[in-house]
Design a protein around this ligand. Structure first.
Ligand code: TPP
Length: 243
């Protein structure tokens, strides 16, 4: 009998290992935000903020990318609110000193949106301006191709955009998606996190099939992952249809 937990889900990583890492990433990113809001002294009383649920929906996606998929030439643009997840991963990988962990949203501390110029750890793309982060890897792919053809091969590298569903409200996103040359950039992968949140509200009428069709109409290959294994196991139990 095969142990499902031992199933290989990515080169070099099995599911049980990825799940164990994901738990640490979830705990660390949640704790960073909690510490900034409830533990760190705040003499001014001004709201600090942070987005724990927006991080939670990215934990498994980012854990499986960083610990199972990414190769040295790959670059990733991380949706703004998942900055604590990126910092937690960099910390677990030894790329971020522990003294930064209690400094989220502090002057000179970790940025709430990934920033190449202000964060001390590795950030491939600054994504604070919604829509720019989603599309920046397209320019990364084009720049790499230009360097390849002008100066010689630089090696392979994928360009990932981890996009929030509400980022698709930005016109700049569709301007880029519709450009015919973009659909031919095979090294570009967008992962849209359909968590139905936008800032502090729930997105009404999210209409996932409509979004799928918009990407497909622009010539993109669309793969939809509806539910995780945990939910699918619950659906399969007696009475699961009620869920
Ligand atoms: C140009 C621009 N407009 C508005 C904002 C404010 N803003 C920050 S994140 C965000 C969207 C958050 O929703 P989503 O992308 O779905 O991410 P999630 O809620 O899952 O974190 C917005 C509108 C911004 N950062 N930049």
């Amino acid at each position: 009998m095969t142990d499902p937990a031992a199933e290989v889900v990515a080169p070099g990583a099995d599911r049980a290992t990825l799940d164990a890492i994901a738990k640490r990433v979830l705990w660390t990113s949640t704790a960073m935000i909690h510490h900034a809001n409830r533990v760190r002294p705040n003499p001014s009383g001004l709201k600090v903020g942070g987005h724990q649920a927006s991080c939670a929906s990215m934990v498994h996606i980012m854990t499986s990318l960083w610990f199972g998929q990414l190769r040295p030439g790959d670059r990733v643009s991380v949706k703004p609110h998942a900055s604590p997840v990126l910092h937690s991963i960099n910390y677990l990988l030894g790329d971020l000193d522990e003294r930064y962990m209690p400094t989220l949203r502090e002057y000179g501390g970790l940025q709430p949106y990934p920033s190449r110029s202000k964060d001390p750890d590795r950030v491939d793309y600054s994504t604070g301006s919604v829509g720019i982060g989603a599309t920046a890897p397209l320019w990364g792919a084009m720049a790499r191709r230009y360097v390849d053809t002008t100066f010689g091969p630089t090696g392979p590298g994928r360009q990932y955009s981890l996009v929030g569903d509400a980022e698709l409200d930005e016109g700049a996103v569709w301007e880029a998606v519709l450009d015919p040359s973009v659909a031919e950039l095979g090294e570009v992968v967008w992962i849209v996190d359909m968590n139905r949140q936008s800032l502090d509200r729930v997105v009404p009428n999210i209409a996932a099939p409509r979004l799928e069709q918009m990407f497909a109409a622009a010539g993109w290959q669309v793969l939809t992952v509806s539910f995780g294994r945990t939910l699918e196991e619950l659906f399969a139990r007696p009475g699961g249809e009620a869920l």
